[in-house]
Design a protein around this ligand. Structure first.
Ligand code: SF4
Ligand code: SF4
Length: 333
């Protein structure tokens, strides 16, 4: 098992899922956020925890949701505090507030003075049912005039081309634009046609993910950037809380690093620096979990016919209580 020995995990970034309340109710939302949800962290909670970041060597964090701009005054207070500690802050938003250039400018100018460095926006056919692309345009223009970096994520299946025309609007800006296929989690599970997804990996190639250098998803660096949900649990990645099974089976769940109702963030991160599961995911990706399972059971792993992303494989193993117990018994988790 020596091939799985890796250096300790260096947690470098933290995301706060500030709320699952959202003005929108996008049909692809993997966290199933919407106006009917009302779980939320508080500014006091963030401020208390941000103050531990310098001691933990964490210099960057993101506030996302749901829609954090529904709580703008709280966000300003949090960012100002983070700024006083020299932390780099990111915020994710659907941009509903960008009703005009001057409104966007005024909102962003205050956040910029409070230390906002990077704004993460989304626009695509799912978001546009609730937020027009014109609002995103106002926001990008204002952000770039002020000096805030912008990244726009466009969710689209490989079979949709209408979004490509849509983003021509942003050709004259410096903002980064990335295209992503929706993940089949949360509401997307019901509403996105999986036959439209083109990032399909046949099961017979899945076993080679760990040796295919071109496949950047083969190893998982996401685990260095844990996520805190409104119930104050710390997760190893943001995709997983989307899955109702994981969310409700806390005690079975190796993807939860700890519960901040019971322990401090510092204690949870410290305890997980040498978490073997995280080390395996960082060094080998989900296929590393397969290899361990095969070693401890002596049986060949039965891959699916196809995978839509590497996380499918991770979820299949870590969401299977029998597999987790088999690996745990051998002292791996
Ligand atoms: S995808 Fe974003 S904007 Fe849409 S419902 Fe979910 S959190 Fe809200
Ligand atoms: S599901 Fe597994 S592979 Fe995917 S981001 Fe989370 S930890 Fe990484």
């Amino acid at each position: 098992m020596n091939d799985f020995i890796q250096p300790d995990v260096n947690f470098s970034f933290l995301t706060f899922l500030y709320t699952n309340t959202c003005n929108a109710q996008c049909s692809h939302c993997c966290l199933s956020c919407g106006p009917d949800k009302n779980d939320k962290l508080s500014p006091e909670f963030l401020i208390e925890n941000l103050s531990s970041f310098p001691g933990l060597n964490i210099g960057e964090f993101c506030i996302t949701g749901g829609e954090p701009f529904l709580f703008l005054e709280e966000i300003e207070e949090i960012l100002s505090f983070a700024n006083s500690l020299g932390l780099k802050s990111y915020i994710g938003t659907n941009g509903f507030w960008g009703v005009s250039y001057s409104k966007a400018y005024n909102v962003l100018r205050k956040l910029y003075l409070s230390g906002l460095k990077v704004l993460l926006l989304s626009t695509d056919k799912y978001h546009q049912e609730f937020v027009s692309v014109d609002k995103i345009y106002n926001i990008v223009r204002a952000a770039e005039d002020i000096g805030i970096a912008v990244k726009i994520t466009v969710n689209m299946t490989g079979k949709e081309t209408e979004n490509l025309l849509l983003i021509e609007k942003f050709n004259d800006f410096k903002c980064l634009i990335s295209f992503k296929e929706p993940k089949l989690m949360g509401r997307a599970r019901k509403n996105v046609n999986k036959e439209d997804l083109i990032t399909v990996i046949p099961g017979d190639r899945a076993s080679y993910w760990d040796i295919n250098e071109k496949n950047i998803h083969a190893v998982c660096n996401q685990v260095k950037a844990p996520l805190i949900t409104p119930d104050k649990r710390v997760w190893i990645c943001c995709g997983i809380p989307a899955n109702k099974y994981y969310y409700t089976n806390f005690n079975l769940n190796p993807l939860v690093l700890g519960n901040m109702n019971e322990k401090s963030l510092a204690a949870i991160l410290k305890e997980n620096e040498d978490n073997p599961m995280l080390k395996i995911l960082i060094s080998k990706g989900p296929v590393g979990l397969v290899r361990i399972l095969e070693k401890v059971t002596g049986e060949k792993y039965n891959f699916r016919d196809k995978y839509y992303w590497a996380c499918d494989l991770c979820c299949d193993i870590l969401g299977n209580n029998r597999h987790v117990k088999q690996i745990e018994l051998k002292g791996f988790f």
